[in-house]
Ligand binder design. Structure first.
Ligand code: EPZ
Length: 430
């Protein structure tokens, strides 16, 4: 089992290129099969989740041609099977975007019901509510969602919960329904806007993505396109917090600063210096940072996917901080791991109180999920001594070349998979 081994204490300094947004790419790749023409997509992050989804799409007949690590040509004209097996959905929940794509294009889709995951139960009732509002029959049979429709008709529906996945999935299906669909109480994340822009580049007619109301005029067919994915604001934010935790000076390159406003605001609040450029943001942290309060909210609020990284930084700040996780019900597991490194925190319901400590000490910890795993690496980079992070397969799902990018900033981190390699690293770093 691969692990990261880290010797902490070096301030991280330098520039790091940010990859394309995983959560935009997953939906856009699925939507690419909604036309019989060829679609070229670039700036795709080279991460495990993307590779699994492309496998699932190839498994139902889509022709996938990898142009390079970050670009792919997709042609969905040969899609013959509308059923996505459990193996794929177990590996990545986002395979459920094929529901909206297949239902929109073929009026039929079968996708295994996604289970919960490490951060919460993650129901998909709002996705199904939207498909039914469009006129689809949706049944759960033998662990599968079976959706089919004679015809998809425009509708006017209100999401009970602000959901990124449900907004995107229903928007996809509605883009090829007959008539006009109005979706209210929708998610406004940058990747929702990116999917709408992608579909519009294929000839869809979607207005209002990024606001509370999305209006979709259905079209009978979509055509090929070439499209580039937006930068990943969660990867960018992760490196920004690494600068804060290690008292470093990091510039994240190839980003859209507007997407990072909530993150930058919190870093400013605790005492970091922030410099914004057209497509870059610089974070400088000197001396001990100060406590603050954080509540995760749908965009443009503070992102839940940045909550563990914020928690690690707050655990090193002067004073007592609180974090309220309002999106998922089980996203504080990293605090138990962080306690092994000396952090002091107390979880009560969906809030955590964190008493800042002057330093962490390196320890062996385990990544509970993707973002918590990245946060524990940040903790190791700030800690005194050696930290070993287990279960890094979670991290590799969403971060491209994570340890390489950290090393380019001065981090002492390596991927290891044996005691021999661990000993070798310890000898090397002294
Ligand atoms: C997306 O998940 C992201 N994943 C998550 O990122 C991210 O944390 C989340 O959005 C929130 O921003 C991808 O885009 C692949 P939601 P998603 O539907 O769409 C409830 C990462 O680290 N809900 O916006 O599944 C749900 O339980 C991952 O990259 C319902 O009740 O999230 C949650 O409490 C982790 N019914 C809230 O809504 C539904 O039908 C927000 O979930 C759907 C969701």
């Amino acid at each position: 089992m691969e692990q990261y081994i880290i010797k902490g204490g070096n301030p991280l300094v330098g520039e790091v290129e940010i990859a394309g947004a995983k959560n935009a790419a997953l939906a856009i790749l699925a939507a690419a099969i909604m036309t019989d023409e060829t679609v070229t997509i670039d700036n795709i992050p080279d991460v495990n989740d993307i590779n699994v989804l492309l496998e699932a799409m190839s498994g139902i007949g889509a022709r996938i041609q990898r142009l390079d690590r970050h670009s792919v040509k997709i042609n969905g004209s040969n899609v013959h099977d509308f059923s996505i097996e459990y193996d794929y959905i177990k590996k990545i929940r986002a395979s459920y975007y094929l529901l909206g794509a297949l239902l929109g294009k073929y009026r039929r889709a079968e996708v295994a019901l996604p289970g919960g995951c490490n951060i919460g139960s993650r129901p998909i009732d709002q996705h199904l509510k939207g498909f039914r509002a469009l006129g689809a029959e949706v049944e759960i049979e033998h662990g599968k969602i079976v959706a089919e429709a004679e015809q998809l008709c425009g509708t006017h529906m209100y999401f009970d919960v602000v959901s990124v996945g449900a907004t995107i999935n229903v928007m996809m299906a509605a883009s090829m329904a007959e008539g006009t669909t109005i979706l209210e109480n929708v998610a406004k994340e940058p990747h929702v806007v990116d999917v709408a822009n992608f579909l519009n580049s294929m000839g869809a007619n979607i207005r209002g993505a990024g606001t509370d109301v999305i209006k979709i005029k259905g079209v009978s067919r979509l055509h090929g396109t070439s499209y580039s994915i937006i930068p990943d604001q969660i990867e960018a934010g992760t490196f920004m917090f690494a600068a804060a935790a290690t008292k470093g000076d990091i510039t994240v390159m190839n980003v859209i600063p507007k997407h990072l406003e909530a993150t930058a605001a919190k870093l400013l609040e605790i005492g970091c210096e922030i410099e914004e450029f057209d497509d870059a943001v610089r974070v400088v942290a000197k001396g001990r940072l100060k406590h603050t309060q954080v509540k995760t909210l749908p965009y443009p609020g503070f992102p839940t996917d940045m909550q563990p990284q914020m928690g690690v930084v707050l655990a090193l700040c002067e004073g007592t901080s609180t974090i309220t996780e309002s999106i998922f019900e089980n996203r504080f597991k990293y605090l138990d791991e962080l306690a092994r490194m000396g952090a002091v925190s107390k979880i009560e319901g969906n809030s955590a109180t964190i008493e800042g400590v002057p330093r962490f000490s390196g320890a062996r910890v385990s990544a509970p999920d993707l973002r918590a795993g990245a946060a524990l690496c940040i903790a190791g980079l700030a800690a005194e001594g050696i930290t070993i992070v287990d279960d890094i397969v979670y991290i590799q799902r969403g971060y491209e070349r994570f340890e390489e990018k950290l090393r380019s900033l001065g981090a002492m981190i390596e991927k290891v998979s044996s005691d021999k390699e661990i000993q070798k690293f310890k000898l090397k770093v002294g």
